[in-house]
Design a protein around this ligand. Structure first.
Ligand code: C2O
Ligand code: CU
Ligand code: CU
Length: 469
């Protein structure tokens, strides 16, 4: 077992989103000028990360950082991000969960040309929804995400001036990632075929905001909003807060109707969950862990309460953000489309050079063939703009798959394995043999990726797209 040393998170390192407390520090992501509050520059470049004390890891970083300071945007206000590619390979940046125009979705060939080394691409869109989102390349994902190109995009509520500062004493982004590292900080293989055909290759160096088991200082006696994001390539985290009540307030950026008491919550790759806790008196510690199987658990981080001045009112229950402006699907007129996720171990087509790209997974019997400028596969479904659809999803595999659709939010209606309080989301975690029905209004025209977010699964077949026109 690797015993990781515990590090105190520097106040200035990653508390840029603490709101309404003395710890407020401004974001240090580059801004074009003061009059343009939502302009950022992200340079993708190789960088050494001090992930294991005393070593360096040859990573890839946004602005050479891990974690990159979260990008802060505001619901209903234009956001501009200039992306500069200083990698030695093509890239794009995808804004996971944001309902934006297709040209800004950051998928090579389907929505834009890849950004070549040395090139710049400007993403510009107005996020209609508030909440916790994230961003990552959509090119060579095993390596680019696996080596560190993942970041958070926090879209503040349009009414945030009256919401967050008034009601939460602190607002803390928490990026979960397990790195594939040797003890000397070098990378182990990010993908092994025998794992890609199963649950994926997991790392061994667990971090929260780049630190193993951080201790994060939070204000005592107030409501704290914890924004968990699973930016890992592979793992499902089963979050549990030990011996302290906590509430889910939002799933994948969508506030629930009612805060839901947290027992444990499984968050698959790509998913986010906002959790509210009312902190005890100063000098207390709260342990947050991930459950592994039936008996094992691992500490992810610890919160330590401090006396800090706060202007936030302390309400009896956790404050809930306002709902995002999503259209309700019309279930009575909705057309049903069926999708079966299967394991297809035998297919290993070779390309022109005789290289084989194994395909282990398929959607409706079709393993994703990959794409290039001249060759884009057919969509998995053609949808009419404005119509409501029910997707009936069946996982016919003995593995879990976080299934994600770009460009829309969908409502999870029911499952054959558990009782569902219908909720909107952009990624749904399907358990083995689970059947889930989701519904949405096809209100965003474009060709939208539809894939499992376990990176090795999407790379070996569990990917496709839908066209809305
Ligand atoms: Cu995080 Cu294709 O998405
Ligand atoms: Cu996405
Ligand atoms: Cu999968």
């Amino acid at each position: 077992m690797i015993v990781s040393r515990r590090h105190f998170l520097q106040k200035t390192l990653y508390t840029g989103l603490l709101i309404g407390s003395s710890l407020s520090v401004s974001l240090n992501v580059a801004r074009a000028d003061k009059n343009k509050p939502y302009h950022y520059t992200l340079t993708l470049e190789p960088a050494d990360f001090p992930l294991i004390p005393g070593t360096t890891t040859p990573g890839l970083g946004f602005n050479g950082q891990y974690p990159v300071t979260p990008i802060k945007a505001k619901q209903g206000q234009q956001l501009t991000i200039r992306v500069i590619n200083k990698l030695n390979q093509p890239t794009t940046v995808h804004w996971h969960g944001i309902r934006l125009p297709i040209a800004m979705d950051g998928v090579p060939f389907l929505s834009q040309k890849p950004i070549m080394p040395g090139e710049t691409f400007v993403y510009q869109f107005t996020p209609p929804d508030a909440g916790t989102f994230w961003f990552h390349p959509h090119v060579n994902s095993v390596e680019q995400l696996g080596r560190g190109l993942v970041g958070l995009l926090i879209v503040e509520e349009a009414d945030s001036d009256s919401f967050s500062p008034a009601q939460y004493a602190a607002d803390i982004p928490l990026m979960l990632k397990n790195w594939h590292l040797n003890k000397d900080g070098s990378f182990k293989p990010l993908m092994k075929l025998r794992n890609a055909a199963r649950m994926g290759t997991s790392g061994r160096h667990q971090t929260v905001n780049g630190i193993a088991k951080p201790v994060i200082e939070v204000p005592a006696n107030g409501w704290v909003r914890l924004r968990f994001a699973n930016v890992d390539n592979t793992l499902v985290y089963r979050l549990k807060i030990k011996d302290h009540p906590a509430y889910i307030i939002s799933i994948d950026a969508n506030p629930l109707d009612q805060p839901r008491p947290l027992d444990s919550y499984s968050i698959g790759v790509g998913m986010r969950v906002d959790i509210a806790i009312k902190t005890p008196q100063a000098g207390s510690e709260i342990v947050i862990e991930t459950l592994i199987g039936k008996r094992k658990h691992q500490e992810l981080l610890r919160l330590k309460t401090l006396d800090m001045p706060s202007t936030a009112a302390v309400s009896a229950g956790p404050p809930l953000p306002s709902k995002n402006p999503l259209s309700e699907p019309d279930l009575s007129s909705a057309e049903v489309k069926r999708f079966v996720f299967e394991w297809e171990g035998a297919i290993t087509p070779a390309d022109g050079e005789g290289n084989t790209t194994p395909k282990f997974w398929a959607i409706n019997r079709i393993p994703w063939a990959g794409m290039s400028a001249g060759q884009i596969p057919e969509p998995l479904a053609e949808l009419s703009l404005g119509k409501s659809y029910i997707f009936d999803l069946k996982n016919n595999t003995p593995h879990r798959h976080p299934i994600h659709i770009h460009g829309i939010m969908f409502k999870v209606l029911r499952s054959n394995q558990k009782k569902i309080e219908p909720f909107f989301t952009d990624t749904v975690l399907m358990e083995k043999n689970e059947r889930v029905q989701i519904a949405f209004v096809a209100d965003n025209p474009g060709r939208w990726m539809y894939h499992c977010h376990v990176i090795e699964h999407m790379k070996t077949g569990l990917m496709g797209y839908i066209r809305i026109s």
